[in-house]
Ligand binder design. Structure first.
Ligand SMILES: [Zn+2]
Length: 245
């Protein structure tokens, strides 16, 4: 992993502007993890990919996450705060394997965990249920029933459910939930936290602020965009303070 500077982040932001979130995410990771090929990155399990995104977020903007949520009970807007370290799931070696097996009833499945390519392909399905079926189908590498080859389409619902549950257990980082309590009505609920969309919103806001900074400093001092972006964040901020509103 390498540290991204202001120019790197702005470049990824600009290239990703008109792309779907999934592609933006892969572009960000490709910039931050040059040791991995684009194929490697796209083939990471969603949980491993999200662990990389949390690491990148910490390097870019620190370890404290702050955002708003709306109470589903009374619609009050509340601010929540979380440390990245509290959201990182420690993976055991057995969870980092590329292939897993599942035995359920008389069925034996060999499968892998879903990755970004699977998600992109499943987006084309009409509804959530068929997308999940399609996703699981892609992840099954082989299926046997009572020792004989079995077609994936013939798997009973109970086996498909067992597979879905096993994948969730193995790839815990893919489903991060934050427990929240409403200070007004005391309602308690788990909110799904998606680091990919969270980080892109932050990068977007950061980029807009950075371009305003470039604009102000360029106008005040006559420096080029490159010169301003090459300043350390501390100096940039100090000069910005001297320029005034
Ligand atoms: Zn409430």
């Amino acid at each position: 992993m390498r540290n991204l500077n202001a120019i790197d982040v702005l470049n990824v932001w600009e290239q990703g502007l008109n792309r779907p979130l999934l592609q933006r995410t892969l572009m960000l990771l490709a910039a931050a993890f040059p040791e991995l090929s684009p194929d490697n990155i796209a083939n990471l399990s969603i949980g491993t990919r999200d662990a990389c995104l949390l690491l990148l977020r910490e390097r870019l903007f620190g370890s404290r996450l702050v955002n708003n949520a709306v109470c589903p009970q009374c619609a009050m807007r509340i601010e929540w705060e979380q440390n990245i370290s509290d959201l990182v799931v420690n993976m055991s070696d057995s969870q980092i394997a590329h292939q897993f097996s599942l035995e359920s009833d008389d069925y034996r499945l060999c499968f892998r965990l879903p990755n970004s390519i699977d998600l992109a392909e499943a987006e084309g399905c009409g509804n959530a249920e068929s997308a999940l079926q399609y996703l699981l189908g892609r992840c099954i590498l082989s299926a046997e029933h009572a020792g004989a080859f079995c077609n994936i389409d013939q798997l009973p619902e109970s086996v498909v459910q067992a597979l879905n549950q096993r994948i969730e257990e193995l790839d815990l980082q893919a489903e991060v939930r934050i427990n929240l309590t409403c200070p007004d009505c005391s309602h308690n609920w788990d909110m799904f936290f998606d680091i990919a969309s969270f980080l892109w919103v932050e990068i977007n806001e950061w980029a807009e602020r950075m371009l305003q900074t470039v604009h102000k400093l360029a106008r005040a001092y006559g420096w080029t965009e490159q010169e301003i972006l090459n300043l350390s964040p501390v100096r940039r901020q100090l000069y910005l303070g001297m320029v005034g509103p």
